[in-house]
Design a protein. Structure first.
Length: 191
């Protein structure tokens, strides 16, 4: 008897998933996730970098969107985006701060600065670009950081990591540039 009830419950759950439109995330509040599908300023398809691309159905997305508590849906989407390296999942998070954080974490995991371009908060976007540049040990990626202090820190960290004096010379702050040059020189001289 219990097996029959369990089986019927499972069939009902599966049927209810099949009857929902998996391409449209559920509305949550005034910042509904549906609005994100038509937001032309949000490039959620990192493979083509084309704004307004529809997001293909995924098991991860469907599972996350089925959660009844909004905060749990956001957490699930963020976690799945980072674990599966699928930044498009972040586009289904209507809360801007949480969505930006999701793009940030996924960009770092992917080591892909293009994903950082989906972040709307300028400070967080700069942090993302810096983290990706440092992860890639690529000083060329630092130049896209709008904030001069953050850009200098990016060059500094990569200069130290790569033990590269040329990267240190790209630092605008004389104090930080001198620190970078001195530290890298010491390391190179000790080898």
């Amino acid at each position: 008897m219990q097996n029959t009830v369990f089986l019927l419950s499972l069939i009902l759950i599966l049927f209810s998933f099949g009857c929902t439109n998996a391409n449209t995330p559920p509305a949550t509040d005034s910042n509904s996730a549906q609005d994100l599908n038509t937001d032309s300023n949000l490039s959620i398809d990192v493979n083509t970098n084309q704004p307004g691309q529809s997001i293909p159905d995924t098991v991860e997305r469907t599972k996350c969107l089925a959660l009844p508590v909004e905060a749990d849906r956001f957490s699930c989407l963020s976690r799945q985006a980072e674990e599966t390296l699928d930044a498009s999942l972040c586009g289904y998070i209507p809360n801007e701060t949480t969505r930006d954080s999701c793009f940030n974490n996924t960009a770092i995991a992917l080591k892909n600065a293009i994903v950082c371009g989906n972040i709307r908060n300028e400070t967080m976007e700069g942090n993302c670009l810096s983290s990706v540049a440092i992860a890639n040990k690529d000083p060329e990626q630092c130049k896209d950081i709008a904030n001069a202090t953050k850009r200098d820190e990016c060059y500094y960290n990569i200069g130290l990591a790569n033990e590269d004096i040329e990267t240190c010379y790209k630092i605008a702050s004389e104090t930080l540039k001198d620190q970078c040059l001195n530290t890298v020189s010491r390391v190179l001289n000790s080898q």
